[in-house]
Ligand binder design. Structure first.
Ligand code: XMP
Length: 329
């Protein structure tokens, strides 16, 4: 697989017919590469790993071992959806790892953004490596590497870790299987659609590896993290209802670590604000702000302040990038 290149004249996969042809080719290639051996995959539920999982399930069925790590920083409903789609509907061999306490305990009291990212990344590798060590006779590791990852690593912009940054004793055991390696993101989505994955998985907005952790600035507490998760769920629900899902590039909520005075049912409150950020971009280097309809703004304020415990105020972030970055950490 190491030598696969995207042919210069490769037709872009834009139609269901081209996606079907790609799927058939890749199924044959996977069967040829792995035979009757087992393949391990870290399945986050993001587009790339989901498409890789669906392809491998078609090619080798139960010989694909998917590991879904719930690090407690996923969006509301995500682990449930991974289990529903892959285990219940596609009958995947799926190991669900509830690592919520392990991550949140390690992160307790850590306020430095880079240290938080580092802990989340390291802990993820540790949890996944633990699962890999438990499995006997797995010789292959599947990854959702896509063509821009290869270009970035070749251009020296971002290190593309072979074997996902796993420790050497684990990484050296595996040969990589990367069936969407020659595709751009939009092509991965067309293939995902043809594989029958649900729309909200295929057209999912970008979500950072450290998850909601970067949207809970400073030291993460379970209460504030829940406020991020609940407000994010309301925002996503309202965007979907208002036809904005798939139109706005990225939208999310942030709950910063300060409180302000409010009033609810005639009583004083002292709670966090919830910040809403909705942005558009083509290259992520420069970002513009989506201006939301006034009615939707009012509705979001009303729902979030009444439904999310610990929130008494809603703020809108109208800052482009530059000068602000997309995420708060
Ligand atoms: P920034 O905040 O750098 O974000 O303007 C640009 C885009 O990258 C995403 N992002 C990340 N994605 N790991 C990721 O996988 C990260 O640590 C990370 N930080 C930012 C962000 O959501 C936005 O789409």
């Amino acid at each position: 697989m190491e030598n696969i290149r995207r042919p210069e004249d490769m037709q872009r996969i834009e139609t269901p017919e081209l996606a079907e042809a790609f799927i058939a080719e890749q199924i044959a290639a996977i069967k040829e590469q792995v035979g009757d051996k087992k393949v391990l995959l870290a399945l986050s539920g993001g587009v790339d790993s989901s498409v890789v999982a669906a392809l491998l399930i078609k090619a080798i069925g139960q010989n694909l071992v998917c590991v879904h790590v719930n690090h407690g920083l996923l969006r509301k409903g995500e682990p449930e959806q991974v289990i529903e789609v892959f285990k219940n509907q596609m009958n995947a061999n799926l190991i669900y790892v509830d690592a919520v306490d392990r991550f949140l305990d390690k992160l307790a009291g850590v306020s430095d953004p880079e240290e938080k990212r580092h802990i989340i990344g390291e802990e993820f590798i540790d949890v996944f490596a633990d699962e890999a060590r438990k499995l006997e006779g797995v010789e292959f590791l599947a990854q959702g590497t896509i063509w821009p990852d290869i270009l970035e690593s070749e251009g020296g912009i971002k290190a593309h870790h072979n074997a996902g940054g796993l420790p050497e004793d684990i990484a050296s055991r595996f040969e990589l299987v990367e069936p969407v390696r020659i595709l751009f993101k939009d092509e991965v989505r067309v293939v995902g659609k043809a594989l029958g994955l649900p729309d909200n998985m295929v057209y999912r907005q970008p979500f950072p590896g450290p998850g909601l952790g970067v949207r809970c600035p400073g030291a993460i507490t379970r209460e504030r993290l829940e406020a991020v998760r609940e407000s994010d769920a309301i925002l996503r629900e309202e965007f979907e209802k208002n036809g904005l899902e798939g139109k706005v590039w990225q939208y999310f909520t942030v709950v910063p670590d300060f409180k302000s005075t409010g009033v609810k049912n005639g009583k004083r409150t002292f709670d966090w604000p919830c910040i809403i950020r909705a942005i558009n971009t083509t290259d992520v280097m420069e970002v513009t702000v989506e201006h939301l309809p006034a009615e939707l703004i009012d509705h979001l304020v009303s729902r979030i302040t009444s439904e999310v415990p610990g929130i008494n105020r809603v703020l809108f972030d109208y800052t482009p990038k530059p000068p602000a970055t997309v995420e708060y950490e």
